[in-house]
Structures are given as C-alpha cells and as structure tokens.
Design a protein around this ligand. Structure first.
Ligand code: MG
Length: 382
C-alpha cells in the first residue's frame, strides 16, 4: 500500500503469524487477515447477536454485525486520512466483537460472574480466543492465524494476570505500552459508532426522545443547525441529518487532533508509537467533553431504561442457567462441546468451565434462548 505514513503498520514489517505461511499472491497480509475474518463462523453469528436490543425485538436495530461494519467504515475513513493502514484498521474493526456473548454486555457480565473462580470471562480476550483457537477452518492450525498487529488490535483490554499468559501479545499490558495506531483508532471508531447508532435505535424504540436529547450539547448544536437549514424537516430524515453531523464532527475532530498529536510527538515508526508514553489517537479536549456528555446521557436514559433492564435481567438469567446446567453436567452439551470439557484446556474444573464458557459465548441470542428452553422447559423438545 503506497502513501502510508512511517508510523503506520507496514505489512512487510509485520511481526508475522504464529504459524508461518507463504505470502499471499494478490493481497497484502492485512487483507488476508480481513478476508479470513469475513469468512469465519463467528463473524456470521454476529448478525444474530445483540448490540443493545435483542435480535428478535425488531429487524431494524443494529446487531453486532451491522455495528462492526459501521465501526470499520469509520475507522477506514480516519485511517486513510491519517495515512494509516486502512486494511489493518478494517480487519481489527470487523473482528473486535467476535468474542461477544449472546445478549451483549448483560451476557458478558453474567458469564464473567459464573467464571469468577475459573479465570473470569472477558469479551476482548474471547475475541482473541476465537481468532487464535476456536475457529476451525484450516488443516494446519486452530483459529485464523492472523498477524500480530491484527491480534494486538483485537485485544483492546486485558487484565495483568491474563497478560502474563499471553506471551508477546500480553507484553504491552505488563510494560504499559501502546498498541499500534490502527488499534488505537479502532477503539475510537467503536465508540463513535455505538454512541450515535444507539441514539438512532433508542429513538426508534421510543426509549429516548429528541426533547430529552436536547440536554446533550453535541445533539443540541446540530439539532438547531438542521432545524434552521431545513425548517420543515421531521421524522427519520430530521434525526439522521443530526446524526450524520454528529458523526462527522467526532470523526473530523479525531482525525485533526490525532494528526496534530502525531506531528508533535515526532514518532517515526510503529515501534516508537508502541513505546510512546500515551496514546496518540484521540479527540481534542472540547470534543472529548461533548462525547462524554453523549455517553453519560445514553448510560442514564437508555442503558438503564427499565425496558432495557428487563431484557438484560432476563438475558443474565438465561446465561447463568445455561452455565449452571452445563457446568454441573457437561453431558447435557452436544457431543463436540462435551468432548472439549475433557480436553483439560486448563487443568481441573477451570478447564471444564472454560469449555462451557466457550460454548455459551459462541451462541447467538436466539440459540441461547432455544437452548434454555430445551434445558429448563419440559414442554420443549430436546
Ligand atoms: Mg463494538
């Protein structure tokens, strides 16, 4: 890829794949990463996994798949503007949520609680586990055998104890280093995407309103601008004209502020980016405030809305019940998953718990609900 900045990820300087492979003929190494992600089983399942609204609540809400596509789109724009590696940014974004449980954060929190005594459950780490271990596509290795830079980007957070188990990928959490810029960018693209699409989905669901959102400065500014430019505009188009401006504001600020920071830092390579004392991709102070106010509004008014809470409570119960049933009696699981409980992925009961967690985490919302019925409702067929 020509035109990359010196501090971008250059595929010819990649730290490589865990299992060495010949270079691809027509694609870059990062294109190959992206293509493997798109062809993975976990990627297809994202269409049936919750973002905020459970999949069967409506056909028009975001799912993890459409969310991931929006994240990738935002990251690609910013990557190109900053002369970062667009292909790597896209690959990281498409993979960033592969490890999510059914039912979004409620599912992850419930599964983490079930796994407290067995090393916990963390969706970032699970995304890495999916691409490193759980996908079964290739003859010569487990997982997708992605490049170091892509795996580094997928592992956004990691506890100190888990970092110790991850070899070179865990080092940055121990040494408090930064990931490459494409990974830093993916985090912001994720946040820009969900803050804005959750506004749209929340309004669509009738859980938040335009009037309520006027307390959010970023929304209010563009609300007023759209109203004065298009005085008779209402409904969906009115909302979307506001949202496209909000997204544009956040993305433009991210590009400008990051470019300024990169310039001032003097970094000249991905190695210097990694050892730089702080992240170089980020908003300006003013936009960070605007973004924070939007997040705070969504947290209070949407994610804590009683209707969302009812669904998340049900979802946690389903996940807990599934774990309880399978951990107590692994023979209740389909054969291939039951067999994995005997593999001793980790010694002792923690290995059994991990195999159960892998099975549950891989479920779509719908499949988890069906499994729950088959286990707990005697009227359901097994
Ligand atoms: Mg996400």
């Amino acid at each position: 890829m020509s035109g990359l900045a010196a501090y971008a990820a250059h595929p010819e300087h990649s730290r490589g794949r865990r299992h060495p492979e010949p270079a691809p003929d027509y694609r870059s190494e990062y294109q190959r990463d992206r293509d493997r992600i798109v062809h993975s089983t976990a990627f297809r399942r994202l269409v049936y996994k919750t973002q905020v609204f459970v999949n069967h609540e409506g056909d028009l809400y975001r799912t993890r798949l459409t969310h991931s596509l929006e994240v990738a789109q935002i990251a690609r724009t910013a990557a190109r503007a900053l002369k970062l590696n667009e292909e790597l940014s896209e690959a990281i974004c498409l993979a960033h949520d592969l490890g999510h449980t059914p039912f979004g954060h409620a599912g992850q929190d419930a599964l983490n609680a079930c796994m407290t005594d067995f090393g916990g459950f963390e969706h970032n780490l699970q995304s890495l586990r999916v691409v490193d271990e759980l996908e079964e596509h290739y003859a010569e290795f487990n997982g997708l055998n992605l490049t170091f830079e892509c795996r580094e980007g997928i592992l956004k957070h990691c506890s100190y104890n888990n970092a110790l188990l991850l070899g070179e990928l865990g080092e940055r959490f121990i040494n408090r280093q930064q990931p490459g810029l494409e990974a830093q960018l993916a985090n912001f693209a994720d946040e820009i995407a969900y803050n804005n699409h959750d506004v749209e989905d929340g309004i669509r669901a009738g859980l938040i309103s335009v009037d309520g959102l006027l307390s959010v400065p970023l929304f209010r500014n563009y609300h007023d601008e759209v109203q004065s430019k298009h005085p008779s505009l209402t409904g969906r188009r009115f909302i979307y004209e506001i949202l496209r401006r909000m997204i544009n504001h956040l993305v433009s600020d991210l590009i400008d502020s990051s470019a300024a920071r990169l310039g001032a830092s003097g970094v000249r390579s991905i190695a210097e980016v990694r050892s730089y004392p702080n992240a170089l991709i980020g908003f300006s102070d003013a936009t960070r405030e605007l973004n924070y106010a939007l997040k705070a509004f969504l947290r209070e008014e949407l994610y804590k809305h009683y209707k969302v809470r009812r669904m998340t409570t049900k979802a946690s119960r389903v996940v807990r019940d599934l774990f309880e049933a399978f951990f107590t009696d692994p023979a209740l699981m389909p054969d291939e998953h039951e067999a994995r409980t005997r593999l001793e992925l980790v010694p002792g009961p923690a290995g059994r718990a991990r195999a159960v967690a892998d099975y549950i985490a891989g479920m779509t919302d719908r499949y988890a609900i069906l499994e729950h019925g088959r286990l707990y409702d005697p009227r359901e067929r097994t």
